[in-house]
Design a protein around this ligand. Structure first.
Ligand SMILES: [Zn+2]
Length: 173
C-alpha cells in the first residue's frame, strides 16, 4: 500500500471512531419513573427529575411513566426521605413527610434521592452547594442542583466505571 493510501485509511478509521464516540455521548440513558404513589410530592418529583435532565442532558433522561415496567418507583410516606438502589439507575424512593414537616425543601429532597438512584452516596458536608449533603445543609437550603463533582461522578457512573451495590440510604437529619 502506498503511503498516501495508508494515510487515507488511517484518517478514515479515525473519523469513524470519533463519530461512534460522539453518538454514544449524545444518547442519554432513559430511566422511567412511576410517581403515582407520590401524593402531594408529584410536582416536586417532576421538578427533581428535571434537575437531572437539565444538568446532564447527555447522560440521563428521567421520564415519568405511571404504568407498566419502570426503573424507579417513587412513593410518599410519613418517615424520613430515603432511597433504595437495586442497581445503577434502578430502585425505590420514599418522599418522607417528616423532612418536609421540619422545613426541608421538597425539590431538593427529590433531586437528592434521585441522586442516590444515579449512584451518588451521602456526603454530609453541611454545604448547601452540595446536593448530596442532604439535610446536613439545614432547612434554609433550597439548592436542588448537583455540584460539578457530583455531576462528574454520575457521568462516570453511566460511562460504565461504576459498581453500584444494592443499598438503602436513610436521610434522617
Ligand atoms: Zn441521602
Amino acid at each position: 500500500m502506498s503511503l498516501r493510501k495508508t494515510i487515507a485509511v488511517v484518517a478514515s478509521a479515525a473519523a469513524m471512531s470519533v463519530g461512534l464516540i460522539g453518538t454514544a455521548e449524545a444518547a442519554p440513558r432513559t430511566l422511567y419513573y412511576n410517581s403515582a404513589g407520590a401524593a402531594e410530592f408529584v410536582a416536586s418529583v417532576d421538578a427533581g427529575a428535571n434537575v437531572w435532565n437539565t444538568q446532564l442532558p447527555n447522560t440521563v433522561k428521567l421520564v415519568k411513566r405511571n404504568s407498566g415496567s419502570v426503573n424507579i418507583t417513587i412513593v410518599a410516606d410519613n418517615g424520613w426521605p430515603r432511597a433504595q438502589t437495586t442497581s445503577l439507575g434502578n430502585g425505590r424512593v420514599w418522599m418522607g413527610r417528616q423532612a418536609v414537616t421540619e422545613g426541608h425543601d421538597k425539590v431538593r429532597i427529590a433531586a437528592h434521592e434521585l441522586g442516590h438512584i444515579l449512584g451518588l452516596p451521602d456526603r454530609r458536608t453541611g454545604l448547601c452547594t452540595d446536593l448530596m449533603s442532604g439535610a446536613s445543609a439545614g432547612t434554609s437550603c433550597k439548592n436542588a442542583n448537583p455540584n460539578a463533582a457530583e455531576k462528574a461522578q454520575v457521568v462516570r457512573n453511566f460511562g460504565g466505571s461504576a459498581t453500584v451495590q444494592a443499598t438503602t440510604f436513610e436521610d434522617a437529619a
